[in-house]
Ligand binder design. Structure first.
Ligand code: PLP
Length: 485
């Protein structure tokens, strides 16, 4: 197919899509065997992919082949089973397949009228999510690009609701001259909470911070003290699933304190909210349903392809008021139809409901619970296996899917152990068996392991532990692994 041709050659399109599908399948079939993160020079990638934009177009199949070949060395095997960096899930086969369909269908999931199917699927998925997380009936849902925009949306709804009580219409009047809204965040709030505040005119730095405990959980006594110093209802941002420890803020006492203050409680559960789907883990979330808004990501632990975040708001009217395009182009019909764009900061948008639908429908309630529990069990296995080795210390209580590992040479020299730990992380990344990132926890360097991928197995955990111990022995002179499995 000529890129500039007006006539679509259907045979060429078919051949192109089949070829690319084959190549994608080949990639996924091989993702287990390839080095997980392969160091690559940026200059090499640039020279393989870049040149001044040519004037003449080019054959589609050649463009796609060239793109595949030149991009391949710069791909990170985060879709595979031994990527444990940040908090990054893979893609369930059904979710990936639904994503392919989503692209082929090319629906604009802005309004019911431009894609009835996308609007209805999103509506159905919204009901499933409210039910799964055990949120109050009537809670509204938006499917965003990610947790950052979910936090943004939830905090916009909070801003609306608190100012409306003072008869201030923030959507019309803006923030200049408005009554002040105090914002309270935990010491360990995710950076994207601050980014959401920065975008909403609430200020990244005018927040009141609440001390966290040794697992990074907000301390309710410290929250009560902060709130007692305020003369107005506040927006309080709590967290379910600390990005380092996986720890949960104690939502029960936090919700009580926020209720007494008359404020709005937001819970960022970008990955931790999925624990609500498991009877075994739900205990970490006692009080969850007493919050006012919630954030999570489907592209993390639900294992759908990028991008898909989820925002949930108890006060649907506040959510709608904060996000709606209003009468700008009002084509809503009888009222039974839901226009997805009223619940997110987007107009034209990807039909994200299809992948979430496919993931939840294939897993079912029990499959989702099993996925979350299995990943958490593998995180514990990582911790137990590593902790059994001399010179390896686990820094967190492994309550979910996150593990913090530190390497210590035994001399009690913190700076030397920081360096050793960073060197082990770098060696593991070079080794390619698995990929873990580095972090700093309470001033100490650590390796962070996140088990979030549906395809990870016990064998992947064992192979990764062996690689970590091998690298630690090489770079640190730590004793080599004393045992396997
Ligand atoms: C990942 C994460 C975010 C940001 O999510 P994005 O999908 O990257 O926007 C926010 N909060 C927490 C706790 C996270 O783990």
């Amino acid at each position: 197919m000529n890129a500039t041709g007006r006539e679509v050659d259907v045979d060429d399109r078919t051949a192109l899509l089949r070829e690319v599908a084959e190549r994608a399948i080949e990639y996924l079939d091989g993702v287990d065997a390839r080095p997980v993160g392969r160091p690559i020079e940026v200059a090499r990638l640039r020279s393989g992919l870049g040149s001044p934009l040519p004037d003449a177009g080019m054959d589609s199949a050649t463009v796609l082949r060239d793109l595949g070949a030149a991009a391949e060395p710069g791909l990170v095997a985060s879709a595979g089973p031994r990527y444990f960096g940040f908090v990054i899930g893979g893609s369930l086969p059904a979710a990936l397949a639904a994503d392919w369909l989503t692209s082929a269908w090319d629906q604009n999931a802005a309004m019911y009228v431009v894609s009835p199917a996308a609007a209805v699927v999103e509506d159905i998925v919204a009901g499933w999510l409210v039910d799964l997380f055990g949120l109050p009936t009537g809670t509204s849902i938006g499917l965003t690009t990610g947790a950052t925009m979910a936090n943004f949306t939830a905090l916009a709804a909070a801003r609306h609701a608190l100012l409306q009580r003072d008869d201030w219409d923030v959507e019309r009047q803006g923030l200049f001259g408005a009554p002040e809204i105090p914002v309270v965040v935990g010491d360990e709030a995710h950076v994207t909470i601050h980014v959401a505040l920065q975008m909403l005119g609430l200020g990244r730095e005018r927040v009141h911070k609440v001390q966290a405990d040794e697992q990074g959980r907000m301390r309710p006594d410290a929250l009560r003290e902060v709130l007692s110093g305020l003369d107005r209802p506040a927006i309080v941002c709590a967290q379910a699933g600390n990005v380092n420890t996986g720890g949960f803020d104690p939502l029960g006492p936090i919700a009580d304190a926020v209720m007494a203050n008359g404020g709005w409680l937001h819970v960022d559960g970008a990955f931790g909210l999925w624990a609500a789907a498991s009877a075994a883990l739900r205990g970490h979330l006692v009080g969850l349903e007493d919050a006012d808004s919630w954030t999570t990501d489907a592209h993390k632990w639900l294992n759908v392809p990028y991008d898909c975040g989820i925002v949930a708001v108890r006060d649907a009217a506040a959510h709608h008021a904060a996000m709606t395009l209003g009468a700008a182009y009002y084509v809503e019909t009888a009222g039974a139809e839901r226009d997805p764009y009223n619940w997110v900061a987007e107009s034209s948008r990807r039909a994200r409901g299809f992948t979430v639908y496919a993931a939840l429908r294939t897993l079912g309630r029990s499959g989702l619970a099993e996925l979350i529990e299995r990943c958490s069990a593998m995180a514990r296995r990582f911790a137990e296996r590593l902790a059994a080795e001399p010179g390896v210390r686990i820094l967190n209580d492994v309550v979910l899917n996150q593990v913090l590992v530190r390497f210590e040479s035994g001399g009690g020299d913190a700076a030397a152990d920081d360096e050793l730990t960073r060197n082990v992380v770098a060696a593991v990344q070079r080794d390619g068996t698995c990929w873990m990132g580095g972090t700093t926890w309470h001033g100490k360097a650590a390796m962070r392991i996140s088990v979030s991928n549906w395809s990870t197995t016990d064998d992947d955990v064992y192979a990764s532990v062996e690689a970590i111990l091998r690298c630690a022995a090489e770079v640190g002179g730590l004793p080599a692994a004393t045992a396997t499995r």
